[in-house]
Structures are given as C-alpha cells and as structure tokens.
Write a protein that binds this ligand. Structure first.
Ligand code: GAL
Length: 684
C-alpha cells in the first residue's frame, strides 16, 4: 500500500508566483496589497535566487528575503519558499565546472540558462546541501512561511545527464544492482555485437553511437539511474528542510517530468505534489478531425490525471495565466476571455486544491519576457486580473470542498519500466502512445471520468480493486510480481483488459522465449499464434464485435483459445487472418480478463466502454455535448459536477435530475446554456 500524502490544503486556495529579486523593492507593498485584493492568499518565491543569499562562495546574507517575509507577514500573505538549486550562481560553475551537466558527446552546458547542473557531482551536492541549510534554517521559522518547494521542475529542460560524475555514479548504481559483471553482461545481452564488459571502468552512461542507437537494456537501466539520482537529490534537500520546518508546514516540488519516478519521489521526499499546468502546450489534438479547434487544452486533463495518480489532492504551483513564449520561442496566444478561468477550473475539477498563477507580472527582462503573467509590463489592472479575482470569488463559494475525491469508474494502468522502455523502443512506443491517447479521448467523449494507476513496488490488490475495470494495454515488460497482482485483482472481482504484445519482455527489456501473453497466458487462456504491424499498404484491419465493425489499430495479434473458460468475443474481418480471434474473454474467480489482440482506437475503446457499462456513467444526472468535459469530485455526501466547455461556442447541458448551482446555491434543472469557455459547477 502506498503511504498517504502527509499534507492537504484545508480549503481551496489561490496563489501566484512572485520574484521579489526581479522588481524594485518599492513595488513590493503595492504588489502584495493588490494580490490580497484579488483574493490571492499565498505566493511562491525564491526558487532561482541563490545569489541573493550567497553572493560569494561561503558568504551568506539574509536581509533581503527577511525584509520581504516581514512585509508578507504584515500584509497577511503566506509564502512557499523555493530552494534555489535549479540555477547555480556564476561563481559556482566557474569555480567548479564539474557540476555542469553535459551533452551526450561530453560538451558541458554553460552558465546562461538554467538546470545546467548534474545531480551526481559531489561538489554540487555539498554546495546545494549548504545553501538549502542556509535557506531553511533562516527562513523556515518565519511565520509567513507555510511550505517549501524543492528546486524547480526536476528534469525539466532535460532529463538526460552525461557528465563524468554521472558515469561514476552509474557504475556504483550498477554494481549495487548486479553485483557482478557477469550478471550485468547477461542482463544487457552484451554477447550481442561483442559488447561484453570486462571491467566496471569500461561502462559509461550511454555515449554517442552510430544512428544514436545503443544497447537498449543499458539505456533502460540508465533511465532508472537518472530517476534514482533525481529522487535522491530531492530527498537530500527535503531531509534538510524538514529539520527546520514548523509543524504543519509542507514540502513539495513542481512537476511533472520524464525519466523520473514521481511516485517514489512523492512517497520518499514530499508531503504533497504540485504541478505546473500550461494547457496551451497541448497542440497535438489539433489534428483531431472531429474537434480540431477545442480538444487542444482539454488534452491537458490527461496530464492532470497523471498528477492525481502521483498525489490525489495536489496543488498547481504554476497555472497558465497568459500567452506563452521565450524570446526564442513563440508558444501560444493570450487566453481568450474565460479561458484563464476554464484552465484553472480544469485543475480544480481534476483534484487540485491550490491554484497558483504563473506569474504575478510578466518579466521585463530575460529569456522569459514573453511568458506572460497576470499583469503585463505596464502594471495596470487588466482583463486577466479581473478573471483571477472572479475565479478566487468562485473558489471561495466551494472552498470547503478541498480534499474531495475525484470519482472515476475505471483506470488506465501504467508502470515506469514500460513508460521508459516505450520511450526508446519505437515498436513499443507506437502502440502505447496511441492506445493511451485513444483511451483518453474516447473516455472524454463518452464523459467517463478516468484515473491512471501506476503499478509500484508497494501496490496491493486492494488499490486495484478501487476500480471495477482496469485497462493495461501494452504491458510488454511483465514481471512475476505484476502478473500475480493483476491475477489477484481479477480473481477478487476486477475486470482487466490487456492488448497486443502483453508479456513480451522481462525486467531487463529482453524478449522472453514463451508463448504470449507470457506470464498472463495461463490467466487469459489464450495464445498468440502470430503478430504483425498493420502497414500503410494494409489499410485498416477491422474486427467484428457483435455486429460492430471496429478498427484494430496499428498492431494485430492473432489469438487462439487454450482453455475451456475462454470465449471469443470478436474476430478479425480483414487481412490474411480474417476469421481468426481478435478478442477473447475469460471468467476467472469473481472477475474476468479480456485479451484484445489489437491496439486501441477511439471507436474500439468506445465499444469496450459500452460493453463494460462505463459509457456516460452520470447519464441519469446530466447529459452533455461532446465539447464539454465532465469531472466529479465527492466529499462525504457532497458531490460536485464540474462541466467544462472547451468550445468557442455556447453549449447546452441537460440536467436529468434536480441539482443545485454550487456557487449561488440556487436550484438548477432542465437545459442550461454555457457560454464559450464557461464552467458550471453543480452540487447534488
Ligand atoms: C515553468 C517554470 C517557470 C517558468 C515557466 C514558464 O516550466 O517552472 O520557472 O519558466 O515554466 O516558462
């Protein structure tokens, strides 16, 4: 069982990100007063300000932030303090160049950007520990401080580290993992292409190779190692901060980035997790022919779902409030009227209890002068500030719903080994990325709230049994532990859906010499007789499922039944395997397991959701058009229905049962119109 998160916001709270060091001190007071006036109760500061406290090596000066904190206290503003290790000072990298991260070819990343350090440099760890000790011992006791953010966005900018310190640490990591070179050589399959290692010193983090292609088992271990390094770096800092925290204060960091086991980081080092939400990054769904214009930002809900799996009651440390861009990148237009609120409500609807807008005012200098904040350069009140104010008022009306659970009738199962394997194995990636995307889109269009559930070392069947249905599409890497856990879940009453290439690899990422679906074959009572990509020349290969003609996606496996309890639900209707089983179901214990030989498309997912009675689960309470998302949060007897209109046009929702408008307290029934980008919250 995972450990419960150790901090939760008691009421829904609005915040912003502020950089006292970037503004004339004369502005501090009016900034804080205007924030208070807008309903902002908390700010994050300090995460890039190492030199403000240690301007020269070993010389510490605390006055600057002490003055700021005193003012915050006087004006009733709470503060989340950041540790400043994301941006080492120039004196540091100049004096100790070994702290720098490197490109894969060994060239160091230089001063001038951020996150140019590596986690494993002994000097950097030492100097980081010292500055964190200085920040925490000095500022944690201050009454204005309520929480700490470790570093800033661990693994953002890059999740790859190739410095000499990383190679040194990688060797130790491998020695601990494998004990002997023989064991490592076996796990990495080094007999292939004569890669056998005869001394630990011959091993490096992956280096430049022809076609950028290197030993896949080595790369998988390398990503595990990067994750381990980041978690240990975070934990080193949180251990220091924790010594100085006042009771009730919290430690967090802001994510969510790759090559990082965020669940482990949460469980080992943090009290609560925060996320940086920039919905305008989500351009991928513009290619969606059905909803080109508006599924864009809605796609962000998938990331929020992922965050919720790390920490069910999370915060948003940075919520997009303006147009995005650097001087070198033009990212996105300004939010249209209503969109700032829509995106902030999207976070709340998905479980966030703290929403902190990035940033109070747009920077007038530096790389991020086009990453717009609430206020613009002219510092006048504007449309965005009015929206923030109105949003804060709306949140006030439902503030006691902090801690409410997100309700989802099914979950998508994931695990880090498969995430990382799919990153590098193009065959794995194509299947997984497409199936996960299509599952998300189909669930959105069916108004079926979904969760993501990670299989972790601590996961027990009871955690799986919170969901009547689980989809674990392409668990190529399947360990004995996970196979046993999944089987347990099914036997105790769960419905598990697995798809093509399940069980193909072991924990080292090597293919197993056994019939598929490998360690689940006995549970599914199926066998995979053959499998193939569906190439462009094949067109679409469909299957017939009770009269429904459905696309079986980019990879097909031909199934055969191997036991008496399995039965065929659907057969291929195309290609040379027409007539062969494409989908089988086996009742097992109190539950059942469905083995699908294909990969998911949204229509196929819809057929699964229909078959498993998961489509429109709230259809007797309210029905909504495809352009609206439905999220449900429940606390005790109270349930909130968030209806989010992502479209630039108005939409109509029909209430099938009498509800209450959660903000005004007035009764709501019949058809209700939502303006473009409007969010309505109903209470049952
Ligand atoms: C985040 C980061 C912030 C700021 C923002 C806009 O990734 O944490 O410091 O850079 O993006 O680029």
């Amino acid at each position: 069982m995972r450990k419960e998160q150790t901090y939760q916001w008691r009421s829904l709270t609005v915040g912003t990100c502020y950089y006292p060091e970037q503004w004339d001190e004369a502005l501090w007071r009016s900034d804080l007063c205007r924030m208070r006036e807008a309903g902002i109760r908390c700010i994050r500061i300090g995460e890039f300000a190492w030199s403000k406290v240690e301007p020269e090596e070993g010389k510490f000066t605390y006055d600057f932030f002490s003055r700021f904190l005193d003012l915050a206290e006087e004006l009733g503003m709470k503060v989340i303090f950041g540790t400043p290790t994301a941006t080492p000072p120039a004196w540091l990298t100049e004096q100790y160049p070994e702290v720098l991260n490197c490109r894969q070819d060994g060239v160091p990343y230089r001063h001038g950007m951020r996150r140019h350090y590596n986690y494993n440099s002994p000097v950097y760890r030492l100097l980081s520990a010292r500055i964190v000790e200085a920040f925490a011992s000095h500022y944690a006791p201050h009454p204005a401080v309520v929480g700490w953010q470790i570093d800033n966005e661990l693994n953002c900018e890059t999740g790859d580290f190739y410095s000499e310190s990383d190679t040194d640490a990688f060797r130790l990591f491998l020695q601990e993992k494998y004990g002997t070179l023989d064991a490592l050589n076996r796990a990495w399959g080094t007999v292939f292409w004569n890669q056998t290692y005869t001394a630990w010193e011959e091993i490096y983090v992956p280096r430049t190779t022809i076609h950028d292609s290197t030993n896949p088992h080595q790369v998988l271990d390398y990503i595990r190692f990067i994750s381990d390094s980041a978690v240990r770096f975070c934990k080193m800092q949180s251990d220091i901060v924790r010594k100085h925290c006042k009771p009730g204060d919290f430690i967090t960091t802001n994510g969510l980035f790759g090559h990082l086991d965020n669940h482990r980081m949460m469980d080992e080092a943090l009290d609560v997790y925060t996320y940086d939400s920039y919905p305008n990054f989500a351009f991928c769904m513009t290619e969606d022919p059905l909803h080109a214009a508006n599924l864009n930002d809605r796609r962000w809900s998938r990331h929020l779902t992922e965050v919720r799996s790390v920490c069910p009651h999370f915060g948003i440390m940075e919520q997009q409030s303006g147009a995005m861009g650097w001087n070198t990148r033009m990212e996105s237009p300004a939010p249209k009227p209503g969109q700032l609120t829509l995106w902030a409500m999207q976070s709340v609807a998905h479980g966030a209890d703290y929403i902190s807008f990035f940033r109070w005012r747009t920077s007038v200098m530096g790389t991020e002068m086009y990453w717009h904040g609430i206020l613009d350069y002219d510092n006048r009140d504007n449309r965005k500030l009015r929206e923030v104010k109105a949003f804060a008022r709306r949140l006030e009306a439902i503030r006691e719903m902090a801690g409410a659970e997100y309700e989802a009738p099914f979950a998508l199962v994931k695990d880090y080994d498969n995430d990382w394997d799919a990153e590098l194995d193009a065959w794995h990636r194509r299947l997984t990325w497409q199936s996960e995307e299509e599952l998300f889109i189909a669930a959105q269009l069916a108004h079926t709230p979904m969760d993501i559930l990670y299989l972790l070392r601590s996961t027990e069947a009871a955690e799986l049994l919170r969901y009547p249905v689980l989809f674990y599409p392409h668990g190529l890497i399947l360990t004995e532990e996970h196979a046993a856990l999944l089987r347990d879940y099914v036997e105790q009453g769960g419905t598990l859906v697995v798809a093509a290439r399940t069980g193909q690899k072991d924990a080292a990422g090597q293919c197993v010499m056994a019939p598929m679906p490998g360690l689940l074959a006995e549970a599914t009572q199926t066998d995979v007789t053959e499998g193939t990509f569906v190439g462009p020349a094949d067109g679409t290969v469909t299957m017939d499922w009770a009269g429904r003609e459905l696309d079986t996606g980019v990879y097909n496996e031909v199934l055969a039944l191997t036991g008496p309890e399995a039965r065929v639900l659907a057969r291929y209707t195309g290609s040379y395997y027409a007539g062969e089983p494409a989908l089988a179901e086996r009742a097992l214990g109190k539950g059942r397991i469905l083995h699908f030989g294909g990969t998911f498309t949204r229509d196929t997912v819809r057929a699964f959701l229909d078959y498993l009675h998961l489509s429109e689960p709230w259809g007797d309470v309210l029905t909504l058009p495809a352009d609206c998302e439905l999220c449900v949060r429940r606390k005790g007897e109270n349930r909130l229905f968030f209806v989010l209109n992502y479209a630039a046009t108005s939409q109509t929702v029909t209430l099938r049962a009498p509800l209450t408008d959660a903000e005004t307290g007035e009764g709501a029934e019949g058809t209700i119109a939502l303006r473009p980008y409007e969010v309505k919250i109903f209470r049952s």
